[in-house]
Write a protein that binds this ligand. Structure first.
Ligand SMILES: [Fe+2]
Length: 269
């Protein structure tokens, strides 16, 4: 960010907050309560959570303005870089022997906006387990559980086997929880997959995909659901398809095609 941009943004934020204080006749006690809240968020390690819940989706929308092809989505506070490369294909996410949940086949293609296949795209997938918990974030899970990296093939295709994640509640016992409680809001995010794509020319793309018909799509605590990111999730009961994927019981099939836009290439070149 340039120095000029910092001056523009900080001075306008300053004016906006000064207007806000005057408009609402914010008292000194109320002002101090607000600064204490920010300090409490930092001390609880929740500063990112608080800002992500309220503001990250809006910043992502701005980044998506005028973009054709796949839109970007919020990263959220639970990404951990350096996930293991998976053996395959077929790729199977790191999991416990008794990992709970309905098996999920997540697949699709990665192309440019005009449909040209993009092979060798690094895909970095992470999501919650059946209890709504993330490895490396919540205690008691094996390192890198349900976090892994794999690549699209020469045709731009990808397929990975994992487990359908559930909706989950964001941490509610800390200062962010106190704020949401005061607003009378719930703590749920709809079920979702997080994925980052990386390509040497097109750069990095952060996505997050939700499932059609899922709970909390309309009232996501992070206000991050966008129609383009909601994908069909088919419960497959056909015995041949179940056997084809090496499962013994029903599974969920979810497809999403990622399209990189030329504008990415221009802006990142
Ligand atoms: Fe998440």
């Amino acid at each position: 960010m340039s120095d000029d941009r910092v001056v523009t943004l900080v001075e306008d934020l300053e004016r906006t907050l000064l207007d806000f204080i005057r408009k609402h006749h914010v008292t000194h006690d109320e002002y101090r309560a607000a600064t204490d809240l920010i300090i409490a968020e930092v001390q609880a390690g929740e500063a990112s959570l608080l800002f992500d819940v309220f503001f990250e989706a809006a910043a992502t929308d701005v980044q998506n303005e005028g973009r054709a092809g796949s839109i970007e989505a919020i990263e959220g506070p639970f990404y951990v870089p350096g996930a293991p490369w998976l053996e395959g294909p077929p790729y199977r996410m790191p999991q416990r022997p008794d990992e709970e949940g309905v098996p999920l086949v997540f697949h699709g293609r990665v192309t440019t906006e005009d449909g040209t296949p993009l092979g060798d795209v690094e895909m970095d997938l992470w999501h919650a387990d059946a209890d709504g918990l993330y490895s490396q974030i919540h205690p008691g899970l094996p390192e890198w559980n349900l976090r892994g990296r794999f690549r699209s093939d020469d045709e731009g295709r990808y397929e990975v086997h994992t487990f359908a994640p559930p909706p989950y509640e964001i941490p509610k016992d800390g200062p962010t929880g106190r704020v949401l409680n005061a607003l009378g809001r719930h703590f749920f995010r709809p079920a979702h997959l997080h994925v980052k794509l990386r390509h040497p020319y097109f750069g990095e793309r952060t996505s997050q995909l939700y499932f059609e018909g899922g709970q909390y799509l309309e009232t996501d605590v992070a206000s991050a659901v966008r129609d383009e990111l909601v994908i069909a999730a088919e419960l497959v009961e056909d015995r041949d398809r179940i056997a084809h994927h090496g499962f013994t019981d029903t599974f969920v099939d979810a497809r999403y095609d990622f399209a990189f836009t030329p504008s990415d290439a221009v802006s990142r070149a």
